[in-house]
Design a protein around this ligand. Structure first.
Ligand SMILES: [Zn+2]
Length: 298
């Protein structure tokens, strides 16, 4: 090898050595920076895992958008108008049953027990709305249990699936009454407040709902659009029509218009029973304390 070639080679080695020195320094700074970033990322991941695992225990599977629970009271029109329309559009629903005084026995106003049984046999959910549509906030434990058990026994006699969900008559409730109903084995309990149900934050014992009537077509229409991002829209419908309570009635025409909207917008209409495919109610009851500071009425 010539002298010139040897010098070039040693120079290039020297240069490489210098570069390597700078390179190692940069790598060290990068490494230190990366350790900091990794630490931050790791903390973020741990926080996400904790949050997700708490939530994933409440959720059995992801809540799809456009999930709507439709719930009814017991006027006669539920059998003659509502059930056929729900079947026509392929929707499920829940019917909250009571023997509404003073005219429960008038079959032009309320369903009889054979019609309630027929709804059960069609696959709809039958649930408890107390014996006499009792405002339960101030009832003794004994009286409240009597109210619940009357409907349970009647269902048993009629061969109707045991009710496991509840709705507060007149949205009247108290922390004590809610606890008694939960202890009696009820899972979802419908309240009011015209807002979406967020299963990660709302207790299953205080599921918020909107009340549909002839007067709030646009409000209900925009409520349907809130069924997204893990939130569920629950609708209370008194009667279609409700002859005895005209101030909360919904006409069959408006009701069908709402159903058509739900079909056209690919919404899934279900009962509380169906909702248990998505929400682990027992886990939610353990993790979420009912918040009585929120408005609970419609
Ligand atoms: Zn009611």
């Amino acid at each position: 090898m010539s002298f010139t070639k040897l010098r070039r080679k040693s120079n290039s080695k020297l240069k490489d050595g210098n570069f390597q020195g700078i390179d190692i320094g940069t790598k060290f700074i990068n490494l230190a920076f990366n350790v900091q970033t990794m630490k931050k990322n790791l903390l973020f991941i741990i926080a996400m895992i904790i949050t997700f695992s708490a939530h994933s225990q409440i959720l059995k599977k992801q809540i799809p958008d456009k999930l709507v629970v439709m719930s009814f009271d017991a006027p006669a029109s539920q059998y003659s108008v509502v059930a056929p329309l729900l079947k026509k559009y392929g929707f499920d629903a829940i019917f909250f049953i009571c023997e509404f005084p003073p005219n429960f026995k008038d079959s032009s106003k309320y369903m009889n027990w054979w019609q309630i049984k027929a709804l059960n046999d069609m696959g709809f959910e039958i649930a408890n709305h107390t014996h006499t549509h009792a405002h339960i906030g101030h009832l003794s434990k004994e009286k409240l249990l009597e109210q619940l058990q009357y409907i349970e026994h009647k269902c048993d006699l009629m061969g109707i699936t045991k009710p496991t969900d509840f709705a507060y008559p007149g949205y009247d409730l108290s922390p004590k009454a809610v606890q008694i109903i939960e202890d009696d084995g009820y899972e979802f309990s419908r309240a009011g407040d015209s807002r979406v149900y967020d299963p990660l934050h709302d207790s299953p014992m205080l599921v918020p709902s909107w009340a549909m009537t002839d007067k709030n077509r646009d409000e209900i229409r925009s409520a349907f659009q809130e069924a997204k991002d893990g939130k569920i829209v629950v609708i209370t419908i008194h009667g279609v029509p409700d002859i005895e309570h005209p101030w909360v009635t919904t006409s069959p025409e408006l009701f069908e218009e709402h159903l058509k909207y739900l079909v056209d917008h690919h919404c899934k209409v279900i009962s509380f029973r169906d909702l248990k495919q998505y929400v682990d109610v027992q886990e939610a009851l353990k993790e979420i304390t009912p918040d009585f500071d929120k408005p609970l009425k419609n």
